[in-house]
Ligand binder design. Structure first.
Ligand code: GDD
Ligand code: MG
Length: 423
């Protein structure tokens, strides 16, 4: 891939928001170019370099009752070297749609000589493991994992952590173009190849979203929800720094990827608020406005890449009400953020009232967030799932190193520099 370096950089505490970067070549060759004798504004990332990153990447496909053809198409687009997790919340009655999905994925695995980790969000074994490992927040009153895209993503992130991979990327199951899926994953790898920190987030900014208009196609630049979310997020950055900005172009980025170190550190919102809240959470926690910053993070920074895809994004149309719900969810998290100034809160209320989403004098209800996954006892979680099919995907735990001793229930290291294993 050949990709421009970011033209813009907005600092927000320890967060580095890079402006949108464009792709100049989807494939720029196998090996690195000869070094240039002048500074370059376009970076070549060789296939080999991206391949090495993809070997360390888990791709998660959240799905709920999508057309089988679309889910299959997404699988076809994922490079062989990535590990795939499908987290399904598809109905099991009256027709067991999940079983049908599993059959199709098994056939895909036979033809591609690949193993895919497929789970159902409501699998009681996963819920029990979560509860015993100290993360009951994700469970509902029935004791199963709550419904919602964000909830499925959280569950998959924990499983991904146990595979020992470094990166996690998300791709919606309702994408019509397998070629676009491949491009998104190459873009994730490109972002990670450019990162200088262990904490990085890569978000896709679509070049266009085609719509049928009359007898032709119209390639809209932004989705209806993104226009609104981006506007208010940019105002938040602008009001805080004192300089108006348009740096945020991916307020709702369903297609995004994170280093697993960052994914374990974040708090999460539920449902479709999950992606807007990524950015808000980073501003709240690492923006230096409310919390004192952790030394490690100040030194390493959090890098937020926004990279524009060349393929158009074509997915299932789910109706106006769904778009309004997404706008509401995004504005709700911005409204209730402690870093949002009063003037912006007022603007949000006006927007929601004018859209008919709130009545006069009404405020958006407060929402609750999921604590960082870092609080999960991974040892227990792994142990609880030892008999479950997903255990086959977990990284084996190395045999206990005799140089690492237990003291007072905590691990300590002898001065030999041997690291205690995280899991
Ligand atoms: N596991 C799981 N559980 N998956 C779900 C659930 C659930 O409860 N609900 C929805 N999904 C899956 C869908 O099947 C789809 O694959 C993906 O999550 C996204 O859902 P859509 O309903 O297609 O959302 P959208 O297209 O309107 O919005 C997408 O793009 C936005 C803008 O980039 C989503 O990815 C949003 O989160 C994103 O903000
Ligand atoms: Mg969709």
């Amino acid at each position: 891939m050949r990709i421009e370096i970011p033209r813009e950089l907005e600092r927000f505490g320890a967060n580095l928001f890079y402006g949108v970067q464009k792709v100049y070549e989807l494939d720029s060759g196998l090996k690195p170019d000869e070094p240039a004798d002048h500074p370059c504004t376009v970076k070549q990332l060789s296939y080999e370099q991206l391949y090495e990153i993809e070997k360390d990447m888990v791709i998660v496909i959240p799905t709920k009752g999508e057309k089988l053809r679309l889910l299959q198409g997404v699988l076809y687009g994922i490079p062989h070297q990535c590990l795939i997790i499908v987290v399904s919340n598809s109905p099991r009655q009256p027709v067991d749609r999940f079983s049908i999905e599993k059959d199709a994925i098994e056939r895909f695995c036979t033809f591609t000589r690949k193993s895919v980790l497929v789970i159902h969000q409501e699998d009681p074994a996963l819920a029990k493991a979560l509860e015993n490992a100290g993360y009951p927040e994700l469970l509902d009153e029935r004791g199963t994992v709550k419904s919602g895209k964000g909830e499925g993503m959280l569950l998959a992130t924990l499983l991904a952590r146990l595979t020992g991979k470094k990166f996690i990327g998300f791709i919606d199951a309702d994408n019509y173009f397998p070629g676009a899926v491949l491009e998104y994953i190459r873009i994730y790898s490109a972002g990670f190849a450019l990162r200088t920190s262990d904490y990085a987030l890569v978000r896709i900014s679509w070049q266009s979203k085609p719509k049928v208009m009359g007898s032709g196609l119209y390639f809209a630049k932004y989705g209806r929800a993104s226009v609104i979310t981006n506007r208010f997020m940019n105002s938040l950055v602008g009001y805080t720094t004192g300089f108006e900005t348009e740096v945020i172009r991916t307020g709702n980025a369903g297609e995004h990827a994170l280093t697993l170190d960052l994914a374990m550190l974040m708090e999460y919102a539920s449902g479709y608020a999950v992606e807007p809240y990524h950015l808000i959470y980073l501003m709240e926690t690492f923006g230096g406005l409310n919390h004192s910053l952790q030394q490690d993070i100040i030194q390493k920074h959090i890098e937020i890449f926004q990279i524009e895809s060349r393929n158009p994004h074509l997915h299932e149309q789910k109706g106006d009400e769904h778009v309004e719900d997404m706008i509401f969810a995004a504005l709700q998290v911005i409204y209730h953020s402690p870093v949002t100034p009063k003037v912006l809160k007022k603007e949000i209320l006006e927007e929601l009232r004018s859209r008919g989403s709130l009545k006069k004098d009404q405020e958006p209800p407060k929402m609750s967030f999921y604590p960082p996954l870092g609080k999960v006892n991974l040892k227990t979680f792994r142990h609880e799932l030892s008999g479950h099919p997903c255990a086959a995907f977990f990284q084996p735990v190395p045999a206990e190193n005799p140089l690492v001793r237990e003291h007072d229930g905590k691990r300590s290291r002898k001065k030999t520099g041997v690291k205690a294993h995280r899991l």
